[in-house]
Design a binder for this molecule. Structure first.
Ligand SMILES: [Zn+2]
Length: 280
């Protein structure tokens, strides 16, 4: 079993290294394939043996081999984080189609969490790719379609399982993206300052999350993300004046909440439904 975790963790590190490239380049509209990675200060191309996840960072002592410019600890952090998320996905789902789906979901979200945090950007290249992937994967890995099935049963419509799952993904996207679009429009027409904070990137992010998670877990993501974001924003504003004008990256909180919902959301939802006396 340990062997599986080591292999999957190593894959996670390698993918994490690629996610670093995506996070640095996609918000600027640059290619993620070419040119090869180079030092941002001396422009020297990074040698392959200096580009090994985690290890190179430690061997180089966090400095460029050529110009000794410091390398940001963010790079090894994202590599390690990716490995941890992929291992957690394996822990929850084991090896199978669900693992592939939620490992890909986690990696897409890691990119968006950090592009929003560092650049306040949620690149359409990532979300459009994610929405397509979520729709395709819904045919192979069932999306929670219970609310939709419930509605359709009342109209005496019974669907084939993969079609029901696909429609569940579409419904999730409609609910997630629709809610954010509506909120954005309301703030925009109310002329509030908030319109800058709720960009179209958040709508795209929630469309993507909806296709992967379906309606119930998408709502859970919005609830958890908003709650965590609000608590942190209020706490920090109380603690320090500096945060009064800080533009909080909503997408970062939604992304973290979506990773949680994908891995443990069902358990939380069942627990809640159990205690609120609703059968599921
Ligand atoms: Zn350099």
């Amino acid at each position: 079993m340990i062997f599986f975790y080591v292999v999957i963790g190593l894959f996670g590190l390698v993918f994490g290294s690629f996610l670093n490239v995506c996070i640095a380049r996609l918000p600027r509209g640059e290619s993620i394939v070419l040119p090869r990675s180079h030092c941002p200060r001396c422009n020297h191309a990074i040698r392959w043996y200096d580009n090994i996840p985690l290890i190179s960072y430690l061997i180089l002592g966090a400095k460029c081999r050529d110009c000794r410019a410091p390398i940001s600890p963010i790079y090894p952090f994202i590599e390690a984080l990716t490995a941890v998320i992929v291992c957690l996905t394996f822990y929850v789902y084991g090896l199978g189609p669900e693992f592939v789906k939620f490992a890909l979901f986690g990696m897409l979200l890691i990119v968006l969490i950090f592009t929003d945090l560092f650049h306040r950007r949620i690149p359409h290249a990532v979300t459009i790719f994610g929405i397509s992937l979520g729709l395709i994967l819904s045919i192979f890995v069932p999306v929670d379609d219970q609310p939709l099935a419930w509605v359709l049963r009342h109209w005496y419509v019974y669907l084939d399982a993969s079609l029901a799952s696909f429609l569940g993904a579409v419904a999730g996207a409609a609910v997630g993206g629709g809610l954010f679009y509506a909120v954005g429009e309301i703030f925009y027409h109310a002329g509030g300052k908030q319109k800058e904070y709720l960009g179209f990137g958040d709508v795209m992010l929630m469309l993507m999350v909806g296709t992967f998670l379906g309606v119930p877990l998408t709502l859970e993501t919005i609830l958890l993300g908003s709650l965590a974001g609000s608590i942190l924003a209020v706490t920090m504003t109380v603690l320090s004046r500096r945060f009064r004008t800080y533009a909080w990256p909503y997408g970062t909180f939604l992304g973290i909440a979506a990773i949680y919902a994908g891995l443990n959301g069902d358990r939380l939802l069942n627990w809640y439904l159990h205690f609120s006396g609703m059968a599921r």
